[in-house]
Design a protein around this ligand. Structure first.
Ligand code: FCB
Length: 486
């Protein structure tokens, strides 16, 4: 482990550009992306193990079998987090590690890993933020039909009860799902994520059952956790913009907002699915049969915080009759659309913007607008940026350093956007950088590096990148450095 560079003399930021008192500085990872130890201590395959081991599904045939070996190196990783001054660590729990078949009793060895991780964090003064589900459904539950089946939501509630029982005394912040949109629409729609199914109707059914599972889990968590515990869900809300001012492009934006965002925020935060979504997708699912009595009341149980993940905006249009639509929506190439009912919508890359290694446009104003849009649409709901960051083609210099000025610029721009949104009325409680360290980037395997800490996969050596030192400095100051200091 490389030591963090000494502090630069702290400088007070002017009042207007300060982050709120108590603003939480964190970093995030997810179980399948970092843990490895895929077949240890009773863990069985999840849909991501099956998918990554299926030829042609993941770049270079990469798998999460070893990943960043966090399962064995978590103590060193927590020590590194402490050196960086992190106040919180957002991680996810591998369902098939703690309840291998997705039903029945828990496996103590699996639970022990998370107990030890959490204890290590608390000892280091770092708040654990636990996500129950970051895309890794136990394979047995997929074999029984997966998220398109209603019973999967009940299985999830049982799993939530196991985890609340095991960690409820020491984890104060809980998140049910990470980006259910990806689970439903990339997993069952375009098929670029596990389980790789390409069934538009199943994708919509999955979305409803993920919503239901969220609501059921919130009920369980509320019933079992101490009153002071915070519950939340994390959504990748698409910051949708029409390409032109035309009515056709406005309709494209409305549609993608419906099936990308309001399909979750509607039932969760307003207790109803949006009428336009139901109309756009009525030919695919029979919503009155899918949504049963009591479902919406369950799904709309209040959360204490809404987690928002943001990377880049989504620019859309309705192509002229006969023109083919482009699938370049930033979520991976597929012949199948992840936008059921709105397959004709075309996606565009904003002109004149710098891009990350994912070819995503860098646009901090998108985060500013997103935070204010959510604030306007759902007043009174506290927000947390649970993921934000960028992949670049990082490498280790002959001197053993990783210089990533583009990532520093990205983070600076987006943290400045958070600050501006706060100044303009958004109640943002914290920021989690994606990611603490380089990891298995889903269908892109290890080819994309999002970490603020570099991982040399051959040796598993960690090297904090320049951005890690920069972020540590921001945390110490509780403010962005003024120009020239970064
Ligand atoms: C988000 C995922 C996270 C990571 C980043 C880059 O959609 O939640 O696991 O892959 O994108």
């Amino acid at each position: 482990m490389t030591a963090v560079r000494p502090d630069i003399a702290p400088k007070q930021a002017p009042e207007a550009t300060r982050f709120p008192t108590g603003f939480v500085w964190g970093a995030a990872t997810a179980a399948y992306q970092v843990e490895g130890a895929a077949a240890e201590d009773g863990r069985t395959p999840s849909i991501w193990d099956t998918f990554s081991h299926t030829p042609g599904k993941v770049h270079n045939g990469d798998t999460g079998d070893i990943a960043a070996d966090h399962y064995h190196r978590f103590r060193d990783d927590v020590a590194l987090m402490k050196q960086l001054g992190l106040k919180a660590y957002r991680f996810s729990i591998s369902w098939s590690r703690v309840q291998p078949t997705g039903r029945g009793p828990a496996v103590e060895r699996g639970l022990d890993f998370y107990r030890k991780l959490v204890d290590e964090l608390l000892e280091a003064g770092i708040a654990p933020v636990a996500t129950l589900y970051h895309w890794d459904l136990p394979q047995e539950l997929e074999d029984a039909g997966g998220w398109p089946q209603r019973v999967t939501a009940e299985r999830f509630a049982d799993y939530a009860a196991i985890m609340a029982g095991a960690l409820g005394d020491r984890v104060a912040t809980w998140t049910t799902f990470n980006e259910p949109w990806c689970s439903a629409f990339l997993g069952y729609g375009s098929g670029v994520h596990a389980p790789g199914r390409t069934e538009p109707a199943s994708a919509l059914r999955a979305a409803h059952h993920l919503n239901l599972a969220h609501g059921r889990a919130i009920e369980v968590l509320r019933g079992q956790l101490p009153a002071a515990a915070q519950t939340s869900v994390t959504l990748n809300l698409h910051q949708v913009r029409p390409l032109t001012a035309s009515a056709a492009d406005a309709d494209a934006a409305r549609r993608i907002d419906a099936v990308g965002n309001r399909i979750f925020t509607g039932p969760m935060l307003k207790g109803a699915y949006p009428e336009d979504l139901l109309a756009d997708t009525a030919h695919l699912v029979d919503w009155p049969t899918l949504v049963q009595d009591g479902d919406l009341a369950a799904i709309s149980r209040p959360v204490d915080v809404l987690g928002v993940n943001y990377y880049t905006p989504t620019l859309v249009s309705t192509p002229a009759e006969g023109a083919g639509s482009t699938r370049n929506d930033g979520h991976g190439a597929s012949d199948y659309s992840p936008w059921p009912g709105s397959e004709h919508v075309a996606f565009h890359l904003a002109e004149g913007k710098e891009r990350t290694a994912m070819n995503w446009a860098i646009d901090p104003d998108g985060l500013y607008n997103l935070l204010l849009d959510v604030t306007r649409e759902h007043p009174g709901v506290p927000l947390m940026v649970t993921e934000n960051g960028a992949a670049f083609d990082d490498y280790v210099s002959p001197e053993g350093r990783v210089e990533d000025p583009e990532r520093i610029a990205y983070l600076h721009g987006h943290l400045d956007a958070v600050q501006r949104a706060v100044a303009d009325g958004a109640d943002v409680r914290g920021y989690f950088l994606w990611s603490l360290m380089d990891n298995f980037e889903w269908a892109y395997g290890y080819s994309k590096r999002f970490g603020t800490v570099y991982v040399d996969y051959a040796s598993q050596r960690r090297i904090p990148k320049a951005s890690a030192h920069w972020y540590a400095d921001v945390i110490r100051r509780h403010a962005l450095p003024s120009a020239g200091l970064s």
